[in-house]
Design a protein around this ligand. Structure first.
Ligand SMILES: Cc1cc2nc3c(=O)[nH]c(=O)nc-3n(C[C@H](O)[C@H](O)[C@H](O)COP(=O)(O)OP(=O)(O)OC[C@H]3O[C@@H](n4cnc5c(N)ncnc54)[C@H](O)[C@@H]3O)c2cc1C
Length: 308
């Protein structure tokens, strides 16, 4: 049951750069705004040890500090935050009901900013060395691997794009793929095959990641020959897919085959009053700054929607 205490002008789902920026804009517009976050406020970027490509920080900034500053800035203007997992969204006449593990809330508009998670390999050492040699985003982290050998796991467009991005930094890039051919587009494959720094290991899965303070080697298993061996590397980029956090929206929004939300350039979804911003959106560039930009746009048009 919702009561007046649970009624807001805008509810924002997800406390990453998209949600925090949306919250800053809606709060500054004097809209009664609630941000709901299921884990730690800050989203994916808060796990990045150093963010070098967020404008305004010429010496880079710790990801946690960056989102902590964003949260403090939005809270200063009145954004309220609750820690709870959103389990469903429903339309109730002209209102949007947001169901959470800690009770329900109602608003005139909602901004979906629940991001996406990198698919994990789920192998020993992966979690332990995340941020210490295990990485999921070459655009974000390639510069930390200058003149050292790295591996890229995966065989699709994302994996090849990661490998091509690493050419400028790493001394050698070994692509490890569980099949004997790539799934990436022909043009990307052509680029990768013609690049002398990139080597391929086929029919092989990574079974464990080992190191001391940082990654030193991976344990490999050739699934065709059953051979098992180790390879020395300083970093491993895992690019085996992304999973948008949209399961709780099934039945209310149409999701594409990958689970992403389609929006127009105003961040409007097909349901009036429901906006989407950041990594959760189809064709997002999946960067902190683009997520923040989406959040500002969604808030701007949510305000106009409520005024109408
Ligand atoms: C290790 C790492 C390093 C990175 N480094 C960089 C970098 O250097 N530069 C850069 O630009 N980008 C970087 N990125 C990418 C960047 O983090 C993302 O593009 C950005 O965080 C996306 O912001 P977002 O707000 O859309 O989503 P997210 O950051 O994913 O935030 C979504 C939030 O929603 C919450 N949520 C999900 N489901 C629910 C639910 N049902 N109920 C309530 N809350 C929910 C999540 O807990 C999360 O906090 C990095 C990513 C990773 C993983």
């Amino acid at each position: 049951m919702t009561n007046n205490a649970n009624r807001y002008d805008v509810i924002i789902i997800g406390g990453g750069p998209a949600g925090l920026t949306a919250g800053l804009y809606t709060s500054r517009a004097k809209l009664n705004s609630l941000l709901i976050e299921k884990g730690l406020v800050g989203g994916q970027i808060s796990t990045a040890e150093k963010v070098d490509n967020y404008p305004g920080f010429p010496d880079g900034i710790d990801g946690f500090e960056l989102t902590d500053l964003m949260h403090r800035q939005a809270t200063k203007y009145g954004l309220k935050t609750v820690i709870a997992e959103v389990t469903g969204v429903e339309l109730q006449q002209k209102q949007i009901a947001v169901k959470t593990t800690e009770g329900d809330h109602i608003a005139g508009a909602a901004i979906i900013a629940s991001g996406s998670d990198r698919q994990k390999l789920g192998i020993p050492g992966e979690q332990e060395f995340t941020g210490k040699g295990v990485a999921y985003c070459a655009t974000c982290d390639a510069a930390f691997f200058r003149d050292v050998p790295v591996a890229v796991v995966g065989g699709g467009n994302a994996a090849i794009t990661e490998a091509l991005h690493l050419i400028k930094f790493a001394s050698k890039i070994t692509m490890i793929h569980r099949r004997n051919q790539l799934r990436a587009s022909a043009i990307l494959q052509e680029k990768a095959f013609s690049e002398p720094k990139i080597e391929f290991i086929w029919d092989t899965v990574v079974e464990e990641i080992e190191g001391e303070d940082t990654v030193k080697r991976v344990g490999l298993h050739n699934v065709k020959t059953d051979e098992k061996y180790t390879m020395e590397i300083a970093g491993i980029f895992i690019a085996v897919g992304l999973k948008p956090n949209t399961d709780y929206l099934k039945g209310i929004l149409k999701l594409d085959a990958g689970g992403y939300i389609a929006t127009n350039s105003k961040m409007e979804t097909e349901v009036p009053g429901i906006f989407a911003a950041g990594d959760v959106r189809r064709n997002s560039a999946r960067q902190a700054i683009t997520a923040a930009g989406d959040g500002a746009t969604a808030a701007f048009y949510a305000e106009k929607f409520l005024a109408e």
